[in-house]
Design a binder for this molecule. Structure first.
Ligand SMILES: *[C@@H]1O[C@H](CO)[C@@H](O)[C@H](O)[C@H]1NC(C)=O
Ligand SMILES: *[C@@H]1O[C@H](CO)[C@@H](O)[C@H](O)[C@H]1NC(C)=O
Length: 134
């Protein structure tokens, strides 16, 4: 029956949301929404986020070259990543990077500027990330 199907789907969904987030996605902390009135272009942002570490598009699965800091820019959109531990180098994986951005957008709103700490992503410690206008 249609009604029964809808009900069991709702139960499944509730179960999925009850699962601990930390086991399936990058955790972010210290999220600050730096410019709530601004919404950056979504396509430009998707291009910019793949420009970190000299480019992580296509089959590249993580930040290459162990930089001390890096930016990803396209048009007027700029991401920056810095290690929280001075002296650490960045090696964030593409999966973590994209999940962290998604988690920060979940707090501030889709494509709204933020500053946040992403767990891990460096040779030691966490990374500090900003997203905003170049
Ligand atoms: C949060 O931000 C503050 C100030 O920038 C910093 O001192 C602190 O280490 C950050 N906390 C985490 C968990 O990264
Ligand atoms: C980054 O470096 C740390 C420390 O060497 C390591 O534990 C981690 O697996 C590396 N991450 C990636 C995505 O290579």
């Amino acid at each position: 029956m249609h009604f029964t199907a809808v009900l069991s789907f709702a139960v499944l969904l509730a179960g999925a949301f009850a699962a601990p987030l930390s086991t399936r996605q990058e955790t972010v902390s210290n999220v600050t929404c730096t410019d709530p009135k601004t919404t950056l272009d979504s396509h430009t942002s998707n291009v910019a986020l793949l420009q970190i570490c000299g480019g992580i598009a296509g089959t590249i699965e993580k930040c290459q070259g162990a930089p001390k800091s890096t930016t990803g820019q396209s048009g007027d959109v700029l991401f920056t990543i810095k290690p929280v531990d001075s002296g650490a180098t960045i090696n964030i994986s593409k999966g973590r990077w994209e999940q962290g951005i998604k988690a920060a957008f979940a707090v501030c709103g889709q494509n709204k500027p933020f500053e946040a700490t992403f767990t891990g992503g460096a040779s030691t410690g966490d990374v500090s990330v900003t997203y905003g206008t170049a």
